[in-house]
Design a binder for this molecule. Structure first.
Ligand code: GCW
Length: 608
């Protein structure tokens, strides 16, 4: 399966010599009746210019990879029913458009819902070259250019990527290079200690030297490695805190090591107390990233990029924008998204993400960040993404990372047309279903921004108090009168981490947007929403609506002419989604009814 490129033939049995050669062969394969002049100009970098000449031929001029992106732009246009441009030029908004795989050396994928790893098996780096080319092609076709192949939780023996496995890793980098895709490795901050060095202290000369030598060796084998990705002092990972050092000291030490080779250190900011006592009301987890990093603004080296999850918690269905993304003015930042549907339906439930990403950019000026990263939803399944319709998230993520002004509906339609080529009415039906799928999922799961309420650890399906007395700092504190957390200055003070305009937007429960209400406020069930409904009624209504919308979605899905083998997977997952939506709807409504004692005004069934 070649996902959205299945209509496009290409011989991937051997590696193209260069991106320009690949561009030429893709164009002649896609448009056998047209002629092309593909010329490279290094000054154009990843950008390109397309021009239709008087004789009807096309000139595609760009940097080495720019021509490839130009070729795929033409292909995407034509294969999604558009016409080829007379003149068009483009270059990416963000230099690094990254996919982070959470693949382990044993072949499992942390939070993976598409089968085993594409890169690892039984403690070894091992891959099918053909699939690697297919993947490189998929990534290039939507402008993605960095692939971090191993989990940020670096479990042994994944450290060997920088050691014994370098030759195989270099061969993998060779495979991806013509597709404009550069590898990245997640590194273990304590890795020097595997080599007899008694410490990983970033200021220790021996440690610094070890990383320098290691970087030299790695870059000798893979000169265009994008850099290292680091999860430090986060959920039990080693990091600079052990040695009384701060994160700028840790990141800058690694940055020094990769600087001579043009490498970057992508340093994740997912640092919080994951051993919180639920009785401790002085700690509010969403405040953590700001508290750990904001005071370090300006201290990071110029080749360090702080990678910050889009929200202050952890990829919940609805979270406000992380205040850190607005707060750091003198630091390179990347926003981290998650294509893997950890909290959003495990690639069983339909959940198209681009409407959510567009909302983030309403509050985040696109120039504030210099890069986008997304946790991969890829795996060894034939269709790569487990659910064939989950491929829309990979596709649209690529378009958005190239240009954050990408229109959500246009991007999703383009994916549908490339993938299925339905008649107009079917296309429209699938488009509106995909665009509304996130809202539907949101309605039947945790209400109004409160988040969590999922089955612990697995994170699929409802368990309203599963995390309530746990260590993770994710509490809703529902009792018989009220639910939610006051995060204003009268409560935890989280809201004060934002610029004044956003504080204003969320401060007052009367004016706070409904969908964020319980993230920012603790409110009685009798609270009157803007539309006059009580809070408890709104919770019931959303849940019943969420389930009804899922039933309609299932009808639409059953009526659409999906080809095999997609059809079978889509239909069986839709049945599982229906079951899940019903469980969520009934359990959440029952949970709140038992607490509040409030009846549904419309007399619908809520269990005693
Ligand atoms: O919340 C957690 C996920 C972990 C993940 C972590 C992270 C890779 O449940 O599986 O670990 O986020 O982002 O580091």
């Amino acid at each position: 399966m070649k996902a959205w490129l299945s209509k496009l033939n290409a011989d991937l049995s051997f590696s193209p010599a260069s991106a320009a050669e690949l561009a030429r062969s893709e164009l002649s394969g896609a448009f056998p009746d047209l002629s092309f002049h593909v010329t490279t100009d290094p000054d154009l970098g990843e950008g390109y210019r397309i021009r239709r000449e008087e004789d009807g031929s096309f000139t595609v001029k760009g940097g080495e990879t720019g021509v490839l992106y130009g070729a795929y732009e033409m292909i995407r246009r034509a294969f999604s029913g558009g016409s080829l441009p007379d003149s068009y030029s483009s270059s990416p908004k963000y230099a690094l458009r990254m996919i982070n795989c959470w693949d382990n050396a044993d072949g499992t994928v942390e939070r993976g819902y598409s089968g085993q790893s594409l890169f690892f098996e039984n403690g070894k780096l091992t891959y099918d070259p053909l699939r690697m080319r297919e993947l490189g092609r998929l990534m290039a076709s939507v402008g993605l250019n960095v692939l971090c192949i191993n989990n940020v939780n670096v479990h042994f023996p994944a450290q060997l990527l920088l050691e014994d496995w370098l030759p195989e890793a270099a061969a993998l980098a060779d495979l991806f290079r013509p597709f404009g895709v550069r590898l990245m490795f997640s590194v273990d901050f304590s890795q020097p200690m595997r080599h007899g060095i008694p410490t990983a202290d970033p200021l220790d000369p021996e440690v610094r030297n070890w990383w320098k030598k290691t970087a030299e060796r790695v870059y000798r084998e893979i000169p265009d490695l994008a850099g290292f990705l680091v999860k430090a002092d986060s959920e039990g990972r080693p990091g600079p805190f052990t040695y009384g050092r701060d994160h700028s000291e840790g990141a800058n030490m690694l940055a020094d090591a990769v600087r001579p080779f043009g490498g970057k250190i992508v340093w994740r900011c997912f640092v919080y107390n994951c051993r919180q006592d639920w009785r401790d009301i002085g700690t509010d987890r969403p405040k953590a990233a700001w508290e750990h990093y904001a005071f370090l603004d300006g201290k990071f080296a110029d080749n360090v990029i702080l990678q910050i999850k889009h929200g202050p918690f952890d990829f919940q269905v609805r979270e406000p924008l992380s205040p850190l993304l607005l707060g750091m003015k003198k630091t390179n930042m990347a926003m981290e998204l998650q294509l893997a549907q950890e909290y959003t339906g495990h690639q069983i439930d339909l959940y198209t993400m681009i409407p959510m990403w567009k909302e983030l950019f309403e509050e985040l000026p696109s120039d504030r960040i210099m890069s986008l990263a997304a946790v991969s939803n890829l795996g060894r399944d034939d269709n790569y993404t487990g659910h064939p319709l989950a491929a829309v998230n990979l596709f649209t993520y690529g378009l958005l990372a190239w240009n954050p002004d990408t229109d959500a509906a246009e991007a999703v339609s383009e994916w549908i047309r490339m993938t299925y080529g339905f008649a107009a009415a079917d296309e429209q039906a699938l488009l509106s279903l995909l665009l509304s799928s996130r809202r539907t999922y949101e309605k039947y799961t945790a209400p109004l921004g409160i988040g969590w309420m999922v089955t612990p650890h697995d994170h699929y399906g409802p368990n309203p108090s599963g995390y309530e007395y746990d260590l993770w700092g994710t509490y809703h504190k529902a009792n018989r009168d009220a639910v939610g957390i006051d995060r204003t200055e009268n409560g935890t003070g989280y809201l004060l981490q934002y610029p004044a305009a956003l504080q204003e937007k969320y401060r007052n429960p009367e004016t706070c947007p409904d969908l964020y209400l319980l993230f920012y406020h603790r409110l009685p069930y009798s609270f009157r929403m803007k539309d006059g409904r009580t809070l408890i009624q709104r919770i019931y209504d959303d849940h019943f609506e969420g389930y009804e919308e899922t039933e309609k979605m299932a009808e639409t899905i059953r009526s659409l002419p999906f080809p095999d083998p997609d059809k079978e997977v889509i239909l069986s997952r839709m049945d599982r989604q229906l079951y899940n939506a019903k469980e969520w709807c009934d359990i959440i409504n029952t949970f709140f009814r038992r607490l509040s004692g409030a009846d549904d005004e419309h007399g619908r069934k809520i269990w005693d």
